[in-house]
Write a protein that binds this ligand. Structure first.
Ligand code: GLY
Length: 337
């Protein structure tokens, strides 16, 4: 196990879920209540017998104030108080709901995460931004509060569906692209081992991605500068997710391809590096052919959305693999193409 600290949060990478009471001092809490994904609970029920729990049905629909209120009622029924510890066990949705709930229940109680998907382990559990959706708008209501701990147990990945695994790989490849060329090359050289979920390789990849994200969050928690780089592939990715209903990582993959090849953005990324990124995404089964989608319509949608806020759009592009930058450009420039 490796412990990575950011802000005052320890991330126990490759820790064992059963070791929670050894890794985290839970003796000062009145009780520990798990907020747990229904599938994770069904698949691993016998790992969760020691704590009380509330079940979260699978799906992004649960990220709503209505569902959070249901959980509040559940906490009250279980006798939760100010010194209760909440632990979110599941993927990104569960982390979001639990972090938000923890930040607002009785004006804030302690919470931690045991992320069970690759995406949550390398991305969603880290950073402290947690929120719920309203109508068509994602994460419109939310908080920035860091979890007390993140316990990343790789055993949960054994039951992770292939599509979910690929979702996590999109964020992992993003980390290499924006921050570490050597890491990017490592992923390129280990596609087969990663796909087979070979433990030593997977452990290194998760650890390196956690280090990259945690270091960026520690330097810029409130996203005033550096943290924006994590949005590489996400400006268009979010729009693709919303419009075409593709999984998050698939949308980010297409978002990366779009931003890498948009000719109107002044950028330095060389064609051969752009090809390497395309190949690596494709190697993990992620979609790269945005031509298959009505992208022009999508671009107009994004730009229209952004234009309501400003005439300038800030896109994250790469100088080279391993180095990202923020490029401001006039929205009109793109719409005339
Ligand atoms: N919860 C994910 C983040 O803060 O980026």
């Amino acid at each position: 196990m490796k412990i990575i600290h950011y802000k005052s949060t320890p991330v126990f990478v490759d820790g064992k879920w059963e070791d929670l009471p050894k890794l985290v001092d839970i003796s000062g809490y009145s009780k520990v209540i798990l907020v747990i994904d229904e599938n994770v609970f069904r698949l691993w029920e016998n790992r969760f017998t020691q704590f009380e729990y509330l079940i979260v049905p699978s799906g992004e629909e649960q990220k709503s104030l209505v569902f959070v209120e249901k959980l509040v009622q559940g906490l009250i029924a279980l006798g939760a108080d100010r010194s209760t510890l909440l632990v979110g066990v599941g993927g990104g949705v569960v982390c979001d709901i639990t972090g938000f709930l923890g930040a607002v229940f009785m004006r804030g109680i302690d919470f931690g995460f045991a992320p069970t998907t690759l995406l949550a382990q390398v991305d969603a559990a880290i950073g402290g931004k947690n929120g719920v959706n309203t109508g068509d708008y994602k994460n419109m209501i939310g908080t920035i509060v860091q979890p007390k701990f993140i316990l990343t147990d790789l055993l949960f990945l054994n039951t992770l569906p292939v599509i979910e695994f690929a979702n996590g790989m999109a964020e992992i490849i993003k980390h290499g692209c924006i921050a570490d060329a050597t890491y990017f090359s490592y992923i390129e050289s280990n596609v087969e081992a990663i796909t087979k979920r070979q433990l030593d390789v997977l452990r290194f990849v998760i650890q390196r991605s956690v280090e990259i994200k945690a270091s960026i969050v520690a330097q810029d928690e409130r996203e005033s500068g550096l943290r924006k780089l994590l949005n590489y592939g996400h400006t268009f990715g979010h729009a693709i997710e919303k419009k075409f209903g593709l999984p998050h990582g698939y949308s980010v993959s297409l978002g990366i391809m779009l931003v890498n090849t948009l000719v109107v953005i002044p950028q330095n990324l060389k064609a051969d590096e752009s090809l390497r990124i395309r190949q690596l995404l494709a190697n993990f089964g992620l979609p790269v052919n945005y031509e298959e989608y009505p992208i022009k319509e999508l671009l107009e949608l994004v730009l229209h959305d952004k234009k309501r806020l400003s005439d300038e759009l800030h896109l994250i592009t790469l100088k080279t693999i391993g180095q990202a930058e923020i490029v401001p450009f006039k929205i009109d420039k793109l719409t005339k193409e």
